[in-house]
Ligand binder design. Structure first.
Ligand SMILES: *[C@@H]1O[C@H](CO)[C@@H](O)[C@H](O)[C@H]1NC(C)=O
Ligand SMILES: *[C@@H]1O[C@H](CO)[C@@H](O)[C@H](O)[C@H]1NC(C)=O
Ligand SMILES: *[C@@H]1O[C@H](CO)[C@@H](O)[C@H](O)[C@H]1NC(C)=O
Length: 361
């Protein structure tokens, strides 16, 4: 592996994307030493691509513009040069689309809609195989490996989906069918967007199950149970034992036992994997159920929050944005520290942003 490639791998994602752009823009600088390279990836280095008025020098190289557009999206707040880079590349690219050959035009349109690092990786892999295949400059070995990789993972995902379907069918009662969303495949696909690698198979499946059950709670709460029934369900969850299902209405009993078993199994498995945060999987589930209950209370009381801020006090939580991030980290195993877990639970800006994004959709 050349020093150049090694170096890119060592950099953070942001720096890697910018370095790629720089490499592209400056031609080969592999021979330069590391010191120069690390300077190159600083955002103010983009200054050199601007003219005296601070505008980006006009360029007609589409691939170069695309690379800059992509790289600049990894900006952080206050990196004005990169804000300008986005505005500049966007308007240049838009004005060029008409004149490009159809394939390149499609690539430009696609990138303008979603910069490449924001795409779902596996979906992007499939798309890019088709794009790459048509290139005269392709490397057939890489293409073949990409296809093999894609097909191997696809086979694994099918196995997972089979297991998940059997799990869901194992729910003895079909009572949920009257009111709940029945979308196991969709849930699995969503979780694939979070963790797609083969060694994360268990995490992916457990996440899909966890979230399927959360969505079931959401539907019970919004669409079926009475307030008293829902509150009883929450108390049973808090007690976390099978006996406490006895007081529940008939349609809830099997659901309750199923939830209890599924989540207890996940916790057992995590403990076997020596995961220190297994208990959180349950705590977060119960916390989620309570948050739906809080929203419902507003509805029952016909209460309309006066300000968006007040609404967010409940709805940031009930959007599950923190919970999904939290459970994903826990299921990924060793990478999680207690500090990281506490950080997420404090609803930092980053997690609020996920919620705001969901809301804006
Ligand atoms: C294709 O890529 C592989 C892996 O990077 C490399 O070893 C091989 O030399 C390349 N083949 C050609 C023809 O460039
Ligand atoms: C409740 O569930 C039924 C059945 O799935 C669905 O048709 C209906 O739209 C849902 N109602 C609400 C308020 O979500
Ligand atoms: C995850 O949830 C647990 C249990 O509610 C909480 O104590 C912890 O701080 C949370 N961590 C994150 C990353 O949200």
């Amino acid at each position: 592996m050349s020093c150049c490639v090694m170096f890119i791998l060592m950099l953070s994602m942001k720096k890697a994307a910018m370095t790629t752009y720089m490499l592209y823009r400056c031609g080969s600088i592999c021979s330069e030493n590391m010191g120069t390279m690390s300077l190159l990836v600083r955002h103010d280095e983009f200054v050199k691509f601007r003219d005296d008025q601070g505008n980006f020098a006009t360029s007609n190289d589409v691939k170069c513009l695309l690379a800059l557009y992509d790289a600049a999206h990894l900006r952080t707040r206050g990196e004005e040069i990169l804000d300008n880079a986005i505005a500049f590349t966007k308007s240049r690219l838009q004005s060029m689309i008409e004149t490009l050959d159809p394939e390149l035009a499609a690539e430009v349109e696609y990138t303008l809609e979603t910069p490449s690092y924001r795409r779902v990786e596996r979906v992007e892999a499939r798309r890019y195989i088709s794009v790459y295949e048509k290139r005269a400059t392709r490397n057939d070995t890489i293409l073949e490996f990409a296809k093999l990789d894609y097909n191997i993972l696809q086979a694994l995902y099918c196995e997972e989906l089979k297991a998940l379907t059997l799990w869901w069918k194992g729910l003895q009662s079909q009572a949920y069918a009257r009111f709940a969303r029945d979308r196991v495949a969709e849930m699995h696909f969503w979780m694939l967007g979070i963790v797609y690698e083969p060694h994360q198979s268990y995490a992916r499946m457990a996440l899909a199950k966890w979230l399927k059950l959360v969505s079931l709670m959401d539907d019970i709460c919004d669409n079926y149970s009475t307030t008293e029934e829902y509150d009883m369900f929450i108390s049973s969850l808090e007690r976390w034992d099978k006996q406490s299902s006895e007081k529940l209405p008939a349609y809830m009993k099997a659901l309750f036992i199923f939830m209890l078993n599924t989540i207890s199994d996940i916790m057992e498995e995590l403990k076997l994997q020596k995961n220190k945060h297994a208990e959180f999987v349950k705590e977060l589930f119960i916390d989620m159920a309570k948050r739906y209950g809080a929203e419902r209370k507003w509805r029952d009381e016909h209460y309309v929050p006066a300000k968006v801020k007040e609404h967010l006090q409940i709805s940031v939580g009930s959007s599950a944005s923190m919970h999904i991030v939290n459970v994903s980290f826990i299921l990924m195993g060793d990478i999680t520290t207690r500090e990281a877990i506490e950080w997420a639970f404090s609803y930092p800006e980053m997690i609020r942003a996920v919620y705001n994004f969901l809301l804006s959709k």
